[in-house]
Write a protein that binds this ligand. Structure first.
Ligand SMILES: *Cc1c(COP(=O)(O)O)cnc(C)c1O
Length: 380
């Protein structure tokens, strides 16, 4: 079945109990045994729940995977994946990525004796040089949050597999609608479903999708052992959100490109970082590996942080808030907001400087969004 059909029917049909067309919310903690020593298909919601199973099957189908797992947040999904590794293992992580991932790796994972190296994975020679006998995982995020840099997934996967190293792609920004990492040779796909997959700014959630059965067994064990799974109500909301993912992603992509092209013509804008623009240094890779760009991108404002603060203070329709991927347009300042947990020198080295603004273009009419930015730039 095609993507649009799987988004609606993947993982569940009418409920066998009463024929409910939408997956019901099994809002229970525990399930009755059928008899002594005879559990039913579910026993306890931390280990499994029918509403959760429906969402997990749907997301696995959309990514072209065989096994899906959903978690309380994107960070909970990362926690489960990182629990696959132990002291002495070595991980290679792209050096420009979501601030919360950086914080988890540096303030928790490294302290457990796991060695984490941040490497610019656009440089494949640097990747090759960083691999050691203890290397277990290469972590990509493409496009990166917030700089919209890309990593060449088939090239990274080929190098990893030569060395028997697992690969992960955080696919939050594009969703499987615009990029399918498993098809490009990646082993583990990770999402913050809080963003585009749910898409309505009313849930936090995470997901992990794999093809390998043994890896799936270990993740299932960790999801239960760590107690990081998503609640039935939240699974229901994400399942509802995902049904319109194809329509929403098309509209986010269209609106964001219109706004990005307009911004490129503004004298107070220094650079627009959007992989769908010909000015993006990796435009060609974007055309090869992604089928669209979604709604999130960044731009640099002339005049530094003071100018940025005047812009952020003047918008009326754009909402000043962290997060992205919802129907409403958001604007934020990575240096002091989403990426505040990264030390200033690490931010600067990656290119996250005080003049950078990130926007998440929603589903409003793009002319209203441009009108808002236009009036706000007059106050910059
Ligand atoms: C938001 C985000 C996360 C973390 O997800 P939460 O749902 O906020 O815990 C991870 N990766 C990326 C790329 C994100 O944007």
């Amino acid at each position: 079945m095609r993507f649009e059909t799987l988004a609606i029917h993947g993982g569940h049909g009418p409920d066998p109990a009463y024929g409910a067309v939408m997956q019901p919310i099994y809002q229970v903690s525990t399930f009755a045994f059928r008899g002594v020593q005879e559990p039913g298909p579910y026993d306890y919601t931390r280990s499994g729940n029918p509403t959760r199973a429906a969402l997990e099957k749907c997301l696995a189908a959309l990514e072209g995977g065989d096994h899906g797992f959903v978690f309380a947040t994107g960070m909970a999904a990362e926690t489960a994946v990182l629990a696959l590794f132990e002291a002495g293992d070595h991980l290679i992580v792209h050096n420009d990525l979501y601030g919360g991932t950086y914080r988890l790796l540096t303030s928790v994972v490294q302290k457990q004796g796991i060695d984490v190296n941040f490497v610019n994975l656009r440089d494949l020679d640097a990747l090759r040089a960083a691999i050691r006998p203890e290397t277990r995982l290469i972590w990509t995020e493409t496009p990166t949050n917030p700089l919209m840099n890309l990593q060449d997934l088939p090239a990274v996967a080929a190098i990893a597999h030569e060395h028997n190293v697992l690969t992960l792609c955080d696919n939050t920004f594009l969703t499987p609608y615009f990029q399918r990492p498993l098809d490009l040779g990646i082993d583990i796909v990770l999402h913050s479903t809080t963003k585009y997959i749910n898409g309505h700014s009313d849930v936090v959630g995470g997901a992990v999708i794999v093809r390998d059965a043994e890896l799936a067994e270990r993740l299932k064990f960790l999801q239960n052992a760590l107690g990081v799974a998503q609640s039935p109500m939240d699974c229901f909301l994400v399942l509802r959100g995902v049904k319109t993912l194809p329509l929403r992603m098309e509209a986010h992509h269209r609106n964001a490109l219109i706004v990005a092209e307009w911004l490129e013509g503004q004298s107070k804008v220094d650079r627009v970082l959007h992989p769908g623009l010909k000015s993006h240094p990796q435009y060609e890779l974007a055309q090869r590996q992604m089928t669209g760009c979604g709604g999130t991108f960044s731009f640099r404002v002339r005049g530094g942080q003071d100018a940025v603060f005047r812009l952020l203070g003047a918008v009326r329709l754009f909402i000043l808030a962290e997060s992205l991927g919802g129907v409403e347009s958001l604007i934020e300042h990575p240096w002091t907001m989403t990426h505040a947990s990264m030390p200033d020198d690490a931010k600067t080295e990656a290119g996250i400087t005080p003049d950078l603004v990130r926007i998440s273009v929603g589903l409003e009419h793009p002319e209203d969004l441009i009108a808002d930015l236009q009036q706000a730039f007059q106050k910059v």
